[in-house]
Design a binder for this molecule. Structure first.
Ligand code: AMP
Length: 995
């Protein structure tokens, strides 16, 4: 019955095969077929159970006449059917989930007459995993059911005669992961069914390129929901940007791409691959950008360029990006100019004409020190001590200041222009410009170290090195020192040729600060930094613990002897000068007293204008009203006028102006007087009101002194003042001079002509043109001995007013000012007489050297003349100080009786003395003593000259005969005796001003 039925259906099945595919089949790309019954040549010979009467293999022909294998069963009339058909062993080939696509036809039971109750319309699908193809029979229990498969709704309908046949396609999937392969089985339970084809396949995600990464063909996961993570690999000429990853889904689709790759330098992405840049283009970095055209002045000849090569003559700096155009080095700097200032030079230049297409031009300055001989010039690099500001290399600005050069030296400076490609281009001298200069004279550099070589209680011996840069021949060194405690309020200065000096007269156990500076023809250099040294404490430092008694005895006796000697020296010196001890003390005081204002030499200022503005007030010229010319000064007219400063009452002033056509030096000298005057503030010093420097003519404005200069004033009022009035004038001058000496100011030109007198007869010291700081210079003996009226070098010296040591070796000190003060006293008391009358300067110098001193002027109180003589002590240390002079004058003013005795008196009062007594009582001996020529006492006495009037007969010839041959002594004797007699005659007439 089954066979009949089968035969009945077979033609139908053949017809069905016409619509199916041929053996060469095309599958979807993500499916890998493990079994397809339509592509198997020959019989399938699958196992069937029962082997007879169940599933039967039937060959039929497809539309191309190719036989295909089918299995059919149709036992619909018999109940309890259990017919198994099992495939051959199918290796799974790495698949984890396989798909079974079954195409079948199924007769619906209704279409079969008489089969009701036994006919079925489904079959069951089973699988069984196994490693080997061993099983020849079907062991039903080892199979696991996949599904019961029924005919689908969507089957294909084929009209076969009066029936409609339906080709069903059903797909089931099974996880197969435990063995290498598996079997499939079909169980029929009573249906009329034909398995037209069975295809078994698994799914893959096919090879793909995503974000320049290749992802391989990947078998999908075991579960329907599983994702397989896959790492991609970068395509050729690319590199990972970020790890490329994707997921392979169960249906064979790639999902969620992550990361990716970038084309290498020289390559760009095209169609998912990296292609080389064409010629003329480049790509410098791995990026997703495309290739770029070569920048200006560059090219690329080959494909795949990562950078373009510069055209010939163009360059690229290491730091230049490949996208930057190729550039050139700059041309030379232009218009190099130099301005030399002593040992510095300012170099300035203009930028190069061509900058080479860059903006990083910088400059460097090469310094060469050059020596020129008659044939050639030898230049060597400058030393490292030359300073360049802001720097020597890498200059961005077109200016540099070169300093610390040697004085008077030839230099060549080469300014190089460079940019980022100078080195690459190998460019050197072509981009430079040079200038040669010669430095000026310059002051020496500071002394950098001072050593104390010998230290005692009162002295220090110092030694120092020549400055590093003497900048010329060092003419002398100046040593400035002061007690550390005093700071620079009070200091002393010494000068020396050598690099050492012995500083004496110091206090024991005292720290002193020393500064040394050198002087060349170009002037003084800077002072050194401070160096501190201390004097010793003990003159006999060996006396102390551990010294044996014999030594102690010797030491003690030595001390005793020393003390005796000191005492003797002390007494002798006291006898020689009643001033010296106190004078030294007061000088010490002056230098080392704290709080004493010290005069500042304006010549120490490099800029005279700075000094003037520090010490003098600038006056608006409109506030000055000039009235008349009152005198002639060294620099021009002196006028009187009025000054009205806002907020103050109008005052009378003297106006000194600087005549037109002055030199720089004259301007400096003219203003220096104001700079000096402006530092003083004392009732007996002429007061500076201010200066006019901002318009011409330059002016110095001082207080107006109605009576003009003292010498002219006295001459005009000869004999008209009381001695107290005269002493009052002298006191004022001494007070002014004390003030100046306290400030360490040495006047150098103290004379009655330089004293001004106001309407109240107040005398004020003026004329500060010859000023210098107080010097204590042991080396100054070399200074040229002065010989003229007002003598050089170093300025004119007013011989008649000047101390012998100042004339001989320019030793100007307060003590030499004291000498001058003595002369002023003489001028005052003699009402403006010219000191030493008509004697010439030479004779004056000689006479002083030989001990002659001006005699007391007529009616001069003895004490005053004695004070004059004290001022004219040969040893300057023996002269009184201004403070002592002031004390003395004050005493005299308080005790006018002491002024009564004059040189014309005997030893009593003047007024009542008869002439004869005067003459007889003023012995020749005393008189000779008073003029310093007592040496001729015996000679004159022996020759019968026993009275002053007898001396009136003395002639030059007579003196020659007597052996008084010194011409100056002859002059003095004749002049003094005449003066004395004149004075006495006047005295006889009792014209002496009553006191
Ligand atoms: P001098 O430039 O200081 O030598 O001054 C020249 C002259 O001008 C002096 O001799 C005085 O006659 C006169 N003289 C200078 N300054 C003043 C002043 N402040 N008051 C009055 N006359 C003065």
């Amino acid at each position: 019955m089954a066979a009949n039925l089968w035969r009945t259906f077979s033609a139908t099945i053949w017809i069905i095969t016409l619509v199916s595919s041929s053996r060469t089949r095309i599958y979807p790309p993500n499916e890998v077929t493990l079994l397809d019954t339509r592509t198997v040549p020959g019989e399938l010979k699958w196992a069937a159970s029962p082997s007879e009467g169940g599933w039967e293999e039937v060959s039929i022909m497809d539309e191309k006449n190719i036989p295909i294998r089918t299995y059919q069963v149709c036992n619909v009339l018999e109940p309890n059917q259990n017919n198994w058909l099992r495939t051959d062993w199918i290796p799974r080939s790495g698949a984890q989930r396989v798909y079974v696509e079954v195409k079948f036809t199924l007769r619906d039971c209704n279409s079969l007459p008489g089969v009701t109750g036994t006919c079925k319309e489904t079959f069951n699908l089973y699988y069984h995993e196994s490693n080997e193809d061993r099983e020849s029979y079907i062991k039903e229990s080892s199979f696991i059911k996949v599904d019961t498969v029924a005919a689908d709704e969507s089957f294909t309908q084929v009209d076969v005669g009066d029936r409609i046949m339906k080709l069903n396609t059903e797909v089931r999937d099974v996880k197969v992961t435990t063995r290498k392969g598996f079997y499939l089985a079909f169980q029929d339970v009573g249906a009329c069914i034909a398995l037209v084809s069975v295809r078994v396949f698994y799914k893959t995600c096919p090879l793909t390129i995503r974000n320049l990464a290749t992802f391989p063909d990947t078998v999908t996961g075991a579960d329907t929901s599983s994702l397989v993570e896959v790492r991609g690999s970068c395509v050729n000429q690319s590199e990972e940007r970020e790890e490329p990853k994707m997921y392979c889904g169960a249906d064979g689709e790639w999902l969620v791409p992550i990361g990716g790759c970038l084309c290498n330098p020289g390559y760009e992405e095209k169609g998912g691959a990296c292609k080389a840049c064409p010629a003329g283009f480049y790509k410098a970095k791995s990026s997703d950008a495309g290739c770029t055209k070569c920048p200006p002045h560059s090219h690329s000849l080959r494909e795949g360029a990562t950078v373009c090569d510069c055209h010939s003559g163009f360059f690229r700096a290491d730091t230049d990006p490949p996208s930057m155009a190729c550039t050139q080095p700059p041309s030379a700097p232009q218009q190099l100019i130099s301005v030399v200032n002593e040992t510095s030079v300012v170099l300035e230049w203009a930028p190069p004409r061509r900058l080479g297409g860059r903006s990083d031009t910088s400059y460097s300055v090469e310094c060469l020190i050059c020596q020129t001989s008659s044939h050639s010039q030898l230049c060597l690099p400058c030393g490292s001590d030359v300073l360049f500001s802001p720097s020597q290399t890498g200059l961005k600005a077109t200016r540099v200041v070169v300093s610390e050069l040697r004085a008077h030296t030839h230099y060549t400076f080469i300014v190089h222009a460079r940019n980022g490609v100078s080195q690459a281009s190998g460019a050197g001298a072509a981009q430079s410009v040079s200038v040669s200069i010669t430095t000026n004279q310059a002051a020496p550099s500071p002394v950098t170290s001072i050593q104390a070589t010998d230290v005692t209680r009162h002295s220090l011996s110092l030694l120092w090195q020549q400055p590093d840069r003497p900048n010329g021949v060092i003419l002398e060194y100046e040593v400035k020192f002061y007690e550390k405690d005093q700071r620079e309020r009070s200091y002393r200065i010494m000068r020396t040729f050598s690099r050492s000096v012995d500083v004496t007269g110091l206090n024991p156990l005292t720290v002193y600060v020393f500064h040394v500076r050198a002087r060349t023809a170009a002037g003084y250099g800077e002072f050194s930094a401070p160096f501190e040294f201390s004097t010793n404490s003990d003159p006999f430092p060996l006396i102390g613990e551990g010294v044996n008694s014999a030594f102690l005895l010797l030491s003690v006796s030595g001390v005793g002897i020393l003390l005796l000697i000191s005492a003797a020296v002390f007494i002798i010196s006291r006898r020689r000068s009643k001033y010296s001890k106190t004078k030294q003390d007061s000088e010490e005081e002056k230098h080392l007293n704290p709080g004493v204002k010290i005069y500042v030499d304006p010549f120490t200022y490099e800029d005279p204008d700075q000094a003037i503005h520090e010490f003098a007030k600038e006056i608006d010229v409109s506030s000055i009203h000039i009235e008349k010319v009152i005198g002639m000064g060294e620099f021009g007219e002196v006028c009187s006028g009025r000054l009205r400063v806002q907020g103050k009452r109008e005052i009378y002033v003297a106006i000194k102006s600087l005549k037109a056509g002055y030199s720089d030096k004259q301007r400096r000298d003219f203003l220096s007087e104001a700079s000096i005057m402006g530092q003083f503030d004392h009732p007996n010093i002429i007061r500076l009101e201010g200066v006019v420097t901002r318009c011409k003519p330059l002016m110095i404005i001082t207080e107006y002194m109605e009576n003009g200069s003292l010498d002219a004033f006295l001459r005009k009022h000869d004999g008209q003042f009381t001695v107290i009035q005269l002493v009052g004038m002298l006191r004022g001058i001494a007070s002014g001079m004390k003030y100046l000496s306290d400030m360490s100011y040495v006047h150098r030109d103290l004379a009655a002509r330089n004293i001004l007198v106001n309407s109240n007869l107040v005398c004020k010291v003026s004329d500060f043109g010859l000023s210098r700081v107080l010097e204590d210079d042991p080396e100054a003996a070399y200074t040229t001995r002065a010989t003229g009226t007002y003598l050089s070098p170093g300025g004119k010296i007013p011989i008649r007013w000047t101390a012998p040591e100042a004339i001989a070796y320019r030793k100007f000190t307060t003590a030499s000012d004291v000498w001058s003060y003595g002369i002023v006293m003489w001028e005052v008391v003699s009402y403006g007489e010219r000191p030493y009358w008509d004697m010439n300067n030479q004779d004056v110098i000689k006479a002083i050297e030989e001990g002659y001193r001006l005699p007391a002027p007529m009616d001069c109180p003895v004490v005053l003349h004695q004070l004059m003589l004290d001022c004219w002590e040969r040893e300057r240390a023996d002269r009184p100080t201004f403070s002592q002079i002031l004390n003395m004058l004050d005493k005299l003013i308080r005790n006018p009786g002491t002024l009564r005795r004059t040189g014309g008196d005997s030893h009593s009062v003047c007024v009542s003395v008869v002439p004869e007594v005067c003459v007889s009582e003023w012995s020749v001996c005393e008189w000779l003593q008073s003029i310093g020529l007592e040496r001729y006492r015996d000679t004159l006495a022996a020759a019968g000259y026993t009275s002053l009037d007898s001396l009136l007969a003395l002639t030059h010839q007579e003196m020659d005969r007597l052996g008084i041959i010194t011409p100056s002594h002859q002059d003095i004797l004749i002049a003094s005796v005449q003066q004395e007699m004149l004075s006495q005659m006047q005295h006889m007439q009792c014209s002496m001003v009553p006191v």
